[in-house]
Write a protein that binds this ligand. Structure first.
Ligand SMILES: [Zn+2]
Length: 641
């Protein structure tokens, strides 16, 4: 069932569709109270936002706006042409954070930055620091690579965050003037063109929703419809690189540059929802299905080509060549969240959990001061620790780096962590749905005013026990829907005063007229277990991974008494043992059998090493340079038939 919501919700999250099966919560209705996510969001507020701000100040990316506003001539632009977008993603993250917890220092920093951006806006609404001045390239002269509209999209999303959280400042007005300029430049009377990097689509729909302005949705619709008709000039990677090969509504699978493909899919679904275009929505659903079934890593990561940062062919998922960009993980969750709101299908929440915990959270280092851009599943040589004061080439560092020449990932992590809890729960007229587990409080009301005040507590993702405590009488019967993760398959669920019983499926519902003090208990089986790959994923055939609850495990050389991870095999006849935050498995080391040719023989010389620790993949390389692998070759005689 799809319900219609007012289109100009004052407070909302990043996505507020005018009709959906599930109603999202806003930042005043859900609050992290601690646990894994509470700690990560705190780290974001205390360290990551500041880290991004300081870096961009130091290397002149924020200074670009001052120079653009100064009317000096001939100044040199700092950074690659789309670095404006990083300042915008930081502003978006700051706005979500400010909306939750007003902090005077953060508010002052936000204000200064927002006004510096606003001061660079031109009379006609255009705002970009690397195009359009006499000594720079002309506006819209390089739509293939210039990323102008991509940058605008992030500015607009920052403005939406301000509007949705009630954070005051100039950005909403700036975004409105910019969007009006785009309507003139690219609308019905304007140039028929698209930007090489999608992002403006998803942003314009949300601005249209936030401000109740149908022209912005219409412009997004036109951008979506134009793509796939060869409007962008041919490039060496082919038109599929920017999804300009096949119209969105005809495509069967996501392809080309992964972040581009996913941002476009998110925008296309938003357009479909706002315009009632079921065919377009079905196209996005179909693309999601095919991509998840054949083009996604066990970590939820997407993209297996380094050269063009792109999806590979079906089942082309090499672990040691995984690109799996952090931003692609974030973009994948943007698509899944939009689909979840529309359909209520728990599979979307399942992929969000997998991707958040195993790709997005792999990016920030434990101290929040360095990030992975790509997320390999097999590091064959010891990573090299980058200089903490130097810019890194984006994919070259093998350990987390403090900042990159293309630094899309750190600021994307920042805005994601600042709003992460907004995808944890939703409501319908009938009740409350919990999609993600952690430690958080929900205080909201259903459409008829029925109060919903619950506290969710757990040791998630390490521990499978979750309690949901009602803090207020609901006053009528409501449903509490609990997602059962696909890795669990079942859960022991006890309603208030009940003995737990086993429930099987993807969702289970506890229905009651809940009273204050009622507790629902849930236990998911988080014990470590083997994960075997589809035989068509050639690159990992004959290998096995270990998953512990929602966490994909990895073997790091740090945990080996000798050597690296490359000549270790695992004994599958001994089940993995669950430890406090990881697992142990029995491994052997392949030994040199004197043969100098690695083909045409069976290598069976090996020496048992005994049990070794596996750690959550997302935490690898926090203990310094190491080799690492997720997929472990299976010792030959133990290999299943
Ligand atoms: Zn990125």
């Amino acid at each position: 069932m799809t319900t219609t919501h007012p289109s100009t919700t004052a407070f909302a999250g990043p996505v507020s569709p005018s009709r959906s099966a599930l109603t999202p919560l806003d930042a005043s209705e859900i609050r992290l109270t601690g646990g894994y996510w509470g700690q990560k969001q705190r780290l974001n507020a205390d360290v990551v936002l500041r880290h991004c701000e300081d870096w961009m100040e130091r290397i002149g990316w924020t200074g670009n706006f001052d120079r653009a506003a100064s009317h000096e001539t001939g100044w040199e632009h700092a950074g690659i042409e789309f670095v404006d977008s990083e300042v915008y993603k930081l502003l978006e993250g700051m706005a979500w954070e400010l909306g939750r917890s007003h902090d005077d220092d953060l508010a002052a920093r936000y204000d200064r930055l927002a006004y510096r951006v606003a001061s660079a806006q031109e009379e006609d609404g255009y705002l970009h620091t690397s195009f359009g001045r006499p000594w720079q390239r002309a506006r819209y002269s390089d739509l293939e690579w210039g990323h102008e509209l991509y940058c605008f999209g992030h500015l607009i999303q920052a403005a939406v965050a301000a509007a949705r959280t009630g954070v005051e400042g100039p950005l909403v007005d700036v975004a409105r003037r910019l969007a009006d300029h785009l309507w003139e430049a690219f609308g019905p009377e304007g140039r028929v063109a698209v930007c090489g990097h999608p992002e403006i689509e998803v942003a314009l729909v949300e601005l249209g929703r936030a401000l109740g302005e149908p022209r912005y949705v219409e412009l997004a619709r036109q951008f979506v419809e134009r793509r796939g008709h060869g409007l962008l000039a041919p490039i060496e990677y082919g038109q599929e690189y920017f999804q300009d090969d096949v119209p969105v509504r005809e495509a069967e699978v996501l392809r080309g540059h992964a972040v581009r493909a996913l941002y476009l899919a998110a925008g296309a679904l938003d357009v479909a929802v706002e315009t009632g275009d079921d065919e377009l929505a079905d196209a996005v659903r179909r693309q999601w299905e095919a991509t998840v079934a054949r083009r996604t890593y066990v970590t939820g990561g997407m993209g297996s080509h380094h050269q063009d940062e792109a999806f590979g062919a079906d089942f082309e998922l090499p672990p040691d060549r995984a690109y799996s960009e952090t931003c692609a993980g974030i973009a994948s969750n943007m698509v899944s969240w939009r689909l979840l709101l529309q359909d209520g299908d728990p599979r979307y929440a399942d992929l969000i959990e997998r991707t958040l915990l195993n790709t997005v959270m792999a990016s920030p280092r434990e101290d929040g001061r360095a990030f992975f851009y790509t997320n390999t599943l097999h590091q064959r040589t010891d990573g090299v620790a980058p200089d903490e004061d130097e810019l890194n080439a984006r994919a070259l560092s093998s350990l987390r780096a403090p900042w990159f020449e293309v630094s899309c990932c750190p600021t994307n992590v920042a805005r994601t962590l600042a709003s992460v809890e907004l995808s944890f729960a939703t409501t319908t007229a009938d009740g409350l749905q919990l999609h993600q587990y952690g430690d958080y409080d929900v205080d909201t009301a259903l459409a008829d005013g029925t109060p919903v005040a619950v506290s969710v507590r757990s040791g998630y993702p390490y521990d499978g026990d979750v309690t949901v405590t009602w803090r207020e009488d609901a006053g009528r019967e409501v449903g509490l829907d609990l997602r059962i993760p696909s890795w669990a398959g079942s859960a022991a669920v006890g309603g208030p005063g009940e003995e737990p019983s086993t429930r099987v499926g993807r969702v289970t519902t506890v229905r009651r007229s809940f009273r204050a003090g009622d507790v629902v208990t849930v236990r998911f089986p988080v014990e470590a277990r083997w994960v075997t790959p589809d035989a068509r994923i050639d690159a990992v055939r004959g290998q096995v991974a270990v998953q512990r609850g929602p966490l994909v495990m990895a073997l790091e050389s740090t945990d080996l008494t000798e050597g690296d991870v490359n000549d270790v095999v695992v004994d599958m006849s001994v089940e993995p043992v669950t430890t406090a935050q990881g697992a142990t498995v029995e491994v052997s080391r392949l030994t040199d059998d004197g043969d100098d040719w690695p083909y045409g023989r069976s290598h069976d010389s090996r020496r048992p090493l005994g049990p070794v620790d596996l750690v959550p993949y997302a935490t690898w390389a926090n203990r310094g340079p190491s080799t690492m692998r997720v997929w472990l070759p299976v010792a030959e005689e133990a290999r299943p038939a």
